[in-house]
Write a protein that binds this ligand. Structure first.
Ligand code: ADP
Ligand code: MG
Length: 486
């Protein structure tokens, strides 16, 4: 018998782009120095009070709209009570009980391996992040930089069937958050973390009926997209094997596991049989407030062009291939760089070739981002060969020299004496010189033989050290020789 997998994601995204935290006035900024951006609220001192960050709410609403969710009439928060050192107030301010969250019951269309897919969104809510704990070998240290940062948790229905679909969805959502300006979505800074829920069921049963669903296993805090894909694959295999071996009821239990990168396997952490009762209640220190129609309209009107639409525009307006367009829009900053280069008057196809070719391979090779490369859209425009001052082979050399020596492209062209001679007067002077010096070659020149010009062009190149524009030199030389032979 065959099985199908039911996969649901809880995607946490830190809204890294607000100036301050969601309930405190500390800076919302990633730092490698522990406890640099903190205020008493973040450390849970007695008596601290939350102040809601309006920008964070705006970002949450904007995302809720893009997810086709229903927004609540009133915005309010809840208290989730639990004890853990990374949450010293002993409660987290969140939104859990429907209809409170900033968005409920939406859907997202995304593409997976060239196919359109849809996943239903159960809800998206705004909450505060916890601190991060680092377990050293005989002690645990806590960094409160992240505590009280705005965190958006998006909960999907179990509509994914494969690891590839889940990963494609995450990549899609990363572009949404980046294009909305909500988050940088840098997984290295922990901006995106996922809880992955997986179960399998007999393929003959109806997946719409929850009573048919298998036992759900949850993998907590998977922090890379590849990790999400791989842990799903692993779990599907493990659960399928248990079915086949007749050990499903004892091996697959409702529990939390973790994805271990090293062994590429999931490891049991704790059973989830006795669900914790968090004793939610409406957060009394944040008055509920009405989301006015005017504000919602304003937010809706500010939603920019997203990656999917940009991609379509690149294909339609610039004639770029789907493959190239997909690469360009995958990271907003890359796409912005490309657009800025085009706005400066560069041919889009040429700009695309450079960005997707030389620039991306340089970034990948050096493991840096487009912010860190010594190249700006202006410089790329300057070093492109629109005006044919340098050849395309030279352009690549210039590119490498600009990055190696941190010089302006025009300076490199000058310093290396790369400027092509395109001025017809100068080329004519040299052509005449070559003709005057080679009476014998003119004697044997055969206008019908296409190769007969090579010798003369060779002489022009020798005199100009390869800098004469070959097509101008060729045309001029042929005209003059053919005239002499008439
Ligand atoms: P919990 O109360 O354990 O957190 P929820 O019902 O809130 O569970 O669901 C959490 C996530 O698990 C959601 O993304 C949901 O789609 C997913 N999920 C629920 N049931 C299953 C199942 N049987 N198999 C796979 N995923 C599931
Ligand atoms: Mg949760």
């Amino acid at each position: 018998m065959g099985y199908i997998a039911m996969i649901g994601l809880e995607m946490h995204c830190e809204a890294s782009e607000t100036n301050t935290k969601v309930f405190s006035s500390a800076r919302n900024a990633y730092s490698v120095t522990p406890n640099e951006n903190i205020r008493p609220y973040d450390m849970g001192f007695p008596g601290v009070l939350p102040v809601v960050n309006k920008k964070a709410v705006e970002y949450a609403i904007k995302t809720s709209m893009v997810l086709n969710c229903k927004q609540p009439e009133y915005m309010y928060f809840e208290r989730k009570n639990y004890y853990y050192p990374d949450m010293p107030k002993n409660y987290q301010i969140t939104q859990e009980t429907k209809p409170i969250p900033v968005g409920i019951y939406g859907y997202v269309d995304y593409e997976c391996e060239g196919e359109e897919k849809r996943v239903r969104v159960n809800n998206i809510h705004l909450e505060e992040d916890a601190a991060s704990s680092d377990h050293l070998y005989d002690t645990t240290v806590i960094d409160y930089n992240r505590a009280a940062n705005p965190l958006l948790e998006l909960v999907t229905e179990p509509d994914f069937r494969t690891g590839e679909e889940a990963m494609a969805f995450l990549e899609h959502m990363r572009t949404v958050y980046q294009y909305l300006g909500v988050s940088e979505c840098d997984t290295k800074k922990g901006h995106i973390r996922c809880d992955v829920n997986v179960s399998i069921m007999d393929e003959s049963l109806d997946p719409e009926d929850p009573s048919n669903w298998g036992t759900k296993v949850e993998m907590k805090n998977v922090n890379s997209f590849g990790g999400v894909r791989d842990c799903i694959k692993y779990e599907i295999k493990r659960q399928t094997k248990a079915k086949e071996d007749g050990t499903y009821d004892t091996e697959v239990i409702q529990e939390t596991r973790r994805w271990d990168e090293e062994t590429q396997s999931t490891i049991a952490m704790r059973s989830k049989v006795d669900a914790v009762d968090y004793k939610y209640f409406v957060e009394p220190n944040i008055p509920k407030y009405k989301l006015t129609k005017e504000w919602l309209d304003e937010i809706r009107a500010s939603i920019p062009e997203l990656a999917y639409d940009r991609k379509k525009r690149y294909m339609n307006d610039y004639g770029l291939s789907e493959y190239d367009s997909n690469i360009l829009v995958k990271e907003k900053k890359i796409s912005d760089f490309f657009e800025d280069t085009v706005k400066l008057g560069t041919d889009p196809k040429e700009a695309c070739n450079w960005v997707n070719g030389m620039i991306l391979s340089y970034l990948n090779y050096h493991m840096i981002t487009i912010d860190d490369i010594y190249m700006t859209p202006d410089m790329l425009r300057d070093q492109l060969i629109d005006d044919k001052t340098i050849s395309s082979k030279q352009a690549k050399d210039v590119f490498n020299k600009v990055l190696e020596e941190k010089k302006e492209p025009m300076q490199v062209v000058k310093d290396e004496g790369m400027m092509q001679i395109t001025d017809e007067g100068s080329i004519e002077g040299i052509v005449d010189e070559v003709l005057a010096e080679n009476p014998q070659a003119i004697e044997t020149y055969d206008p019908e033989n296409p190769k007969a010009l090579d010798y003369f062009i060779g002489q022009v190149m020798k005199k100009t050290r390869g800098k004469a524009n070959p097509s101008i030199a060729y045309k001029m030389m042929k005209e003059k020789l053919d005239n002499l032979k008439k």
